[in-house]
Design a protein around this ligand. Structure first.
Ligand code: ZN
Length: 215
């Protein structure tokens, strides 16, 4: 499964209200900064709602994915002013602000070489939610994960496995990934990351689509 397929699965699960609070926080933050993903969620919500209204609980119709994709293709691009209104003009988008003190300096930052991290949602079992600040031009020590890792960039950018992730971009890594993200020169990279040790983001489309037809 490709990263974009996993991302779309995640957004479908989000649209169906089937993600835990830490994952929702990362996706809310990503959505505040990504018109493309907001449009996708609106399509999933619309099609999920239509299914709830019209079908009994049974397996998804075979053309459901085609309908979602045609919805995505036909949707009008969002005007830029809307993107700004939903968070582009402030460093911390509103959904994340609700979880933070007025100043990031008020968080309990712990430093590991070029990386500083501050834990959020410490009371949610099974997940680790952190703000990460990586010094410009420096790397996060190479690592892998027991579960999955979702990371959304708030400031600066990092490179990982040949890909570049900038503000608003969502990075998805799982236990098969052994990586060493590197912050770009010029600006520290601030990210929100969540890891879910016991769970993996490797399900099939149907697993996440089922909630749409379960009444
Ligand atoms: Zn990682």
């Amino acid at each position: 499964m490709t990263t974009s397929e996993v991302r779309d699965e995640l957004l479908m699960a989000y649209a169906a209200g089937r993600v835990a609070e830490p994952v929702r926080l990362v996706l809310d933050t990503h959505l505040a900064l990504s018109p493309r993903s907001r449009r996708a969620v609106r399509c999933y919500e619309a099609i999920g709602g239509a299914l709830l209204e019209t079908v009994p609980p049974e397996p998804l119709e075979p053309d459901a994915l085609d309908r979602i994709m045609s919805c995505l293709d036909s949707a009008e691009p969002l005007p830029r002013r809307r993107a700004r209104a939903e968070g582009d003009d402030q460093l911390i988008p509103a959904p994340l602000q609700a979880y933070l003190p007025p100043s990031l300096d008020d968080l309990e930052w712990v430093r590991y070489g070029p990386v500083a991290e501050a834990e959020l949602l410490a009371d949610v079992p099974g997940y680790r939610t952190r703000l990460l600040r990586i010094k410009a031009g420096k790397a996060v020590p190479r690592h892998t994960h027991e579960g999955s890792e979702l990371t959304v960039v708030l400031q600066g950018a990092f490179r990982d496995g040949g890909e570049r992730y900038a503000r608003g971009d969502l990075s998805i890594a799982d236990a098969s990934v052994d990586h060493r993200p590197v912050a770009e020169e010029g600006e520290d990279c601030l990210c929100l990351a969540v890891t879910d040790a016991p769970l993996k983001l490797t399900g099939r489309f149907t697993r996440f689509l089922n909630p749409f037809v379960r009444i």
